[in-house]
Every structure is written in structure tokens, then in C-alpha cells.
Design a protein around this ligand. Structure first.
Ligand SMILES: Nc1ncnc2c1ncn2[C@@H]1O[C@H](COP(=O)(O)OP(=O)(O)OP(=O)(O)O)[C@@H](O)[C@H]1O
Ligand SMILES: [Mg+2]
Length: 269
């Protein structure tokens, strides 16, 4: 019986195209007429003031918010009407908010949970413990070990996550997401709650991983220095609309973006 490969490992580069996306809540527009192309393998920072529609836009892409109008395409496959689970199967994965760590389990087993969600071998193979099931089990353990190694958490992989420092736990969460080999990774304020050292560790680890195993990534982040360091493209939203796109330096210095972000204050970061 053939093993079921996660669709995220299937062809296509991870080009994401949004055309005229609109999302409303009770008649109030949270995202208005947003058209954007996210190029394969590029890390794009999504910035804008509170309530700009950043989270709503990511939710529209991942399928956690339904769009009122517009289309979403990944490598020319239309995702617009697909439920979130199916989009995840196509490789569009949202990080950090969907799953919590299993506190009593080791870091390694927490990473394995990501594999289980991704591969889900054929139910008959599971029932009868056919070779496919054993192969998939070995493959998952290998993948989990490799991710732990690459994210620098191998030495704590055997420890229950409840014992680990906050910043290390964040890396375990990241490992659990990356182990599914996302084609498009959506992160909503991944460094929130971390101190300066933790933020740097997380972003440098993520960048190093991405440099070797690239994927398309959209990251919402309020820390503009982090956006400048990590992202090669940037999109600014205000009141649900795109107000600037392009190089992060260019976007973050744009007068309209600065007005929207910092109000009347002229803030030199
Ligand atoms: N589930 C919801 N029901 C009703 N209104 C919502 C819902 N989610 C978001 N909104 C509204 O949509 C608008 C955009 O919110 P969103 O959370 O997308 O902004 P954001 O840019 O992520 O802000 P923040 O930086 O504070 O996280 C806001 O006016 C918000 O109040
Ligand atoms: Mg938000």
C-alpha cells in the first residue's frame, strides 16, 4: 500500500497570489481590496498599526477567516474556498496560535506531533502495522531529529517542555511547524513576549534555517528593526488597505507608513 506523502512536499514553489481580497466582520471591513503577490522563498514582513487588518489577512490566507470577495492562489491552485485543514495539506501553515505544546511530553515528542499531523499514514496501515506504518514512523523520527539539530535544540530534546525556558519552548514550537516542511509559513508576531536575546535567537535561527531550506513566509511584526533584519520584502497595511510595498527600508521610511504607524510623532527608530 503506498504511503501518503504530505502534499506540501509536492511540486510548486510557493508563489502566493491574492486578488482583491475583502474580509468584513458584521458589515465592517477589516481587509479591503488587497491584491498582493508573495514571491516563492521570500520572507515578507507585514506591518501596520493595531487594527490594520494584519491578523485578518493572515487568517484569510490560512482559511481561518472566510473572504467575502477575491481569490487566493498558491502556485496557480485556487485555495479561496478550501477549509483551513486542506490548505495546510497544500503547505499553507499558520504558526504558533494553532497548537499548544504538550507540557508533560518531551521536546522531541512535541516535534513528532507535527509529523503526525502532516503525514497521517493510511488508516489500514495504522491498524495492521504494515511496513508502511513502520517506515513512516522511522521517517518521522528522523525528520524530528534533524529539525531539532538544525534549530539547536537537540541537547534538550529529551526534556519535558514544561522544564524548558520560554525562548527554548518557542524554538520547539517552531520546530513542530517546520517539520511539516511548509510551502507558505504564516507567523503572527512570533517574537512576542521574548526578551531581546530571545528575539534575536528566534529570528537568527529561523533565518539560518530558511537560508538552507527556503519557503515563502509572511511574518507580522511590530519590531521594525526585526523586520529590517529578517525580511527582504515588506507590506504595510492601514485600515485594511495596502499603503506601501517593497524593500523594508523603503516601506518603513515611507512618510504615509510612518504617519499611520506612529501617528503625529516623528519616531526615529
Ligand atoms: N473576529 C472578529 N470580529 C469582529 N471584528 C474583528 C474580528 N477580528 C478582527 N476584527 C476587527 O477587524 C479589524 C482588523 O483587526 P486585526 O486583528 O486583523 O488587526 P491587526 O492588524 O492584526 O491588529 P493588531 O496589531 O492589534 O494585532 C479591527 O477593526 C478589528 O476590531
Ligand atoms: Mg494582529
Amino acid at each position: 500500500m503506498p504511503e501518503v506523502e504530505p502534499l506540501s512536499s509536492m511540486g510548486g514553489e510557493g508563489r502566493l497570489e491574492l486578488r482583491q481580497i475583502g474580509v468584513s466582520f458584521g458589515g465592517v471591513a477589516a481587509v479591503r481590496d488587497v491584491s498582493l503577490v508573495f514571491r516563492p522563498h521570500v520572507i515578507t514582513g507585514l506591518v501596520g498599526p493595531n487594527g490594520a487588518g494584519k491578523t485578518t489577512l493572515l487568517n484569510a490566507i490560512s482559511g481561518f477567516a472566510s473572504v467575502e470577495r477575491g481569490t487566493i492562489e498558491l502556485d496557480r491552485s485556487e485555495l479561496t474556498k478550501l477549509p483551513a485543514a486542506q490548505r495546510a495539506h497544500y503547505g499553507v501553515v499558520r504558526g504558533f496560535q494553532t497548537v499548544r505544546l504538550l507540557e508533560g511530553e518531551t521536546a522531541f515528542d512535541n516535534i513528532l506531533v507535527g509529523c503526525e499531523r502532516a503525514s497521517q499514514p493510511n488508516i489500514f496501515a495504522q491498524l495492521f502495522n504494515l511496513p508502511a506504518q513502520r517506515r513512516s514512523w522511522r521517517r518521522d523520527r528522523g525528520a524530528a531529529a534533524e529539525i531539532a539539530e538544525r534549530l539547536g535544540i537537540s541537547s534538550v530534546a529529551h526534556r519535558p517542555v514544561a522544564e524548558l525556558p520560554f525562548a527554548t519552548r518557542r524554538l520547539v514550537e517552531l520546530a513542530r511547524i517546520l517539520v511539516v516542511r511548509p510551502k507558505v509559513l504564516l507567523l503572527d508576531e512570533p517574537a512576542a513576549g521574548l526578551n531581546a536575546h530571545g528575539r534575536r535567537q528566534l529570528t537568527e535561527t529561523l533565518q539560518a534555517y530558511h537560508a538552507v531550506s527556503p519557503f515563502t513566509m509572511i511574518v507580522i511584526e511590530h519590531d521594525v528593526d526585526l523586520v529590517r533584519r529578517m525580511c527582504s520584502e515588506c507590506v504595510a497595511l492601514a485600515q485594511g488597505s495596502v499603503i506601501a510595498t517593497g524593500d523594508p527600508g523603503h516601506v518603513l521610511d515611507d512618510p504615509e507608513v510612518r504617519r499611520a504607524y506612529f501617528g503625529d510623532q516623528v519616531h526615529h527608530a
